[in-house]
Design a protein around this ligand. Sequence first.
Ligand code: PLP
Length: 213
Amino acid sequence: MSIAENLKKIKESLPKGVTLVAVSKTKKNSDILEAYNAGQRIFGENKVQELSNKYAELPKDIQWHMIGHLQSNKVKYIAPFVSLIHAVDSLKLMKEINKRAEQNNRVIDCLLQVHIASESTKFGFGINEINNTLFESEKFSNINIVGLMGMATFTDDQKKVNNEFKLLNNLFNEIKNNSIKTLSIGMSGDYKLAISNSSTMIRVGSAIFGNRK
Ligand SMILES: *Cc1c(COP(=O)(O)O)cnc(C)c1O
């Protein structure tokens, strides 16, 4: 199936209130344009350099999401244009995003990444650090924490993935309010399970664009 067909099929299956981020990392501009021409406007990338290049080269009404681990020293490159940063995982990073947002006269929307997987390689705050982090974030006037993001363990064990999503959804339910409304969980392999756990934003790459090399 073509990119446009994949996109259409996924979009038709989504309940109202679930936003699709088309994860275009490693994919070429012509692939992104095919999705764009099929109506997609939100794209996600996980590398600052690639994100900056694509921003420069592609239509300006694209909303670019930074979905990957972000190093503090690279925030300055995306601060002028990024529309949502998914993986805020330290106060140091938050402070830097706030500083660069201020320099660009912007308020940048951010999600706090929560560590839910059993792999030690996945970044994020512990569940019990979130309340304090939200409290600390209030002193940063150029960032807006709009929700939580998580990545489940990379496994075929649906029960395990479901349990991890559930943990995050429970936390989300405790903290959600007028500004905290986004729960970013679900990728190509597990977005249906994520939606059944109240995901409001899914990040789907290979199911749209095909496998990455
Ligand atoms: C690559 C990536 C995705 C998309 O993965 P697929 O399995 O291709 O859908 C989602 N979220 C993050 C953080 C990623 O790095």
